[in-house]
Write a protein that binds this ligand. Structure first.
Ligand code: GLN
Length: 469
């Protein structure tokens, strides 16, 4: 009997290589686990259960998959079956990873809890009364709940790092431009990146290696400057680690979160890192406000394509084209995309462009410069990933501003195009706490090395306590 809750992707690959298990048996085991636990967790929107010879994978449902429904968590894409594969779907296919299914998300990846999904929320395997985070909450719930050995999410403002943190998993938001966005349902194109959600840092590195690199279909991609290295070092010797004061002392960080992160920082020092304080004052003060101009502005433009003619849902009409557009959009979009389309359209309108969007772009440059200055003195930065542990379903759903604060600590580096890795660093009130490891562009290998060393020292058990055998 395989315990899918405990099995890492690396171990699964080992079982397949040694012939102890066939690919079909492995895929079948996950489909069985889904039958058992997904009614409670609702991690999946579509279960495919493809057999194959590799380690099966779950893909967030904003990742286009040929012949498999892709809804982005929205009614407006209900019934849409793509005729092509996204580049990341192609790459996991070419690597021989069969598709288990498509996972739930906040509508168009707008949210921090999956409660904005038109198909109902996913649940946190650590406590089903709580959210798994979002927007990649379905992938995180699937991996933490033993319904997939690993999966892909997407991160615009924190949608990989935050759910990984809330579910006790490892999540990488890659350097902007290292992973193709071709075939990813676009939210905010200057920020969107696909990345892995896994149980271990080594699994994360392996999956990143599978999907990263230049793609002729996405002109914003680049070749990686060096090959991805699966980490094995157990120390942090020679690594300078900065602790940005504002990211660690921001208002709203729960004391239990601070305590777990403080312990991880002490461990980093005992593993040989040189630790010092640094500052990111303007990034933290203005990051969130800046993001909530740039992201809705880009979203309002990207979401213009859903007109009832080209994809998915179409409202009943009487032959009038304008009415068809507006009825389809009114019935097809939920409240969050609607809110963002309105804010974004306003921020981009002729009379306000300079005051809002133009100003936000300038602030974005300041944020990038502030991070660059911190990386002159330090190789990596540490902070909590999320200010809080997983919150209860319903707690923030009615208050968009409270929900937006979930990403206070993940957004600033995203605005600067930088990579970030979240690893679990302990529990607070019985729920996982995430440690955010930030680095300069293309520092994924160093983040993996540090993340792996810390992971060994922290020895966090990623199997949710209530599900342990
Ligand atoms: N929670 C943020 C938002 O709602 C980030 C979402 C994301 O990264 N996709 O926009």
């Amino acid at each position: 009997m395989i315990d899918t809750l405990r099995l890492t992707a690396e171990q699964a690959a080992g079982l397949l290589e040694s012939g102890e298990l066939s690919g079909d048996e492995l895929a079948g085991t996950y489909v069985e686990a889904i039958g058992e636990r997904d009614p409670e967790l609702h991690a999946y929107l579509h279960v495919v259960g493809e057999p194959g010879n590799g380690v099966p994978i779950a893909l967030k449902d904003n990742i286009t998959t040929r012949g498999v429904p892709t809804t982005a968590g929205s009614r407006i894409l209900e019934g849409y079956v793509p005729v092509f594969d996204s580049t990341v779907a192609t790459r996991v296919k070419e690597a021989g990873l069969p598709l288990i299914g498509k996972t739930n998300l906040d509508e168009f990846a707008m949210g921090s809890s999956t409660e904005n999904s038109a198909y109902g929320p996913s649940r946190n395997p650590w406590d089903p009364e709580r959210v798994p985070g979002g927007s990649s909450g379905g992938t995180a719930a699937a991996v933490a709940g033993g319904l997939a050995p690993w999966g892909l999410g997407s991160d615009t403002g924190g949608s990989i790092k935050q759910p990984a943190s809330l579910c006790g998993l490892v999540g990488l938001r890659p350097t902007y431009g290292t992973v193709s966005r071709y075939g990813i349902v676009a939210f905010a194109s200057s920020l969107d990146q696909v990345g892995p959600i896994t149980k271990t840092v080594r699994d994360c590195a392996r999956l990143y290696a599978t999907i990263a690199g230049r793609d002729a279909c996405d002109s914003t991609t680049v070749e990686l400057p060096e090959a991805v290295a699966v980490p094995d070092a157990e120390d942090l010797k020679g690594i300078r680690i900065g602790i940005p004061k504002e990211l660690n002392e921001a208002e709203g960080i729960e004391p239990g979160v601070s305590a777990a992160v403080a312990k991880a920082i002490e461990l980093a020092e005992s593993l040989g890192a040189e630790v010092g304080e640094c500052r990111l004052p303007r990034s933290v003060d203005y990051g969130l406000a800046c993001y909530y101009l740039v992201a809705p502005a880009e979203a309002s433009s990207n979401l213009a394509r859903y007109d009832g003619v080209r994809y998915g849902f179409r409202a009943a009409g009487d032959g009038d084209l304008t009415a068809l557009y507006s009825r389809t959009r009114w019935e097809g979009f939920g409240p969050e995309p609607r809110r963002r389309i309105l804010i974004g359209t306003y921020a981009l309108s002729a009379g306000y462009y300079d005051a809002f969007y133009g100003q936000a772009q300038k602030v974005r440059t300041v944020i990038a410069q502030e991070h660059a200055a911190a990386f002159e003195d330090y190789d990596l930065l540490l902070s909590p990933t999320s200010p809080t542990v997983a919150f209860k379903v319903g707690d923030k759903a009615e208050n968009p501003l409270a929900m937006y604060l979930s990403d206070l600590l993940t957004i600033p580096s995203n605005m600067a195009g930088l990579p970030g890795l979240s690893i679990p660093c302990g529990l607070s009130e019985g729920l996982p706490v995430g440690l955010q490891i930030l680095g300069p562009q293309f520092s994924e290998n160093l983040m993996f090395r540090a993340g792996h060393a810390l992971e060994q020292a922290i020895a966090f058990d990623f199997v949710p306590e209530r599900l342990r055998a």
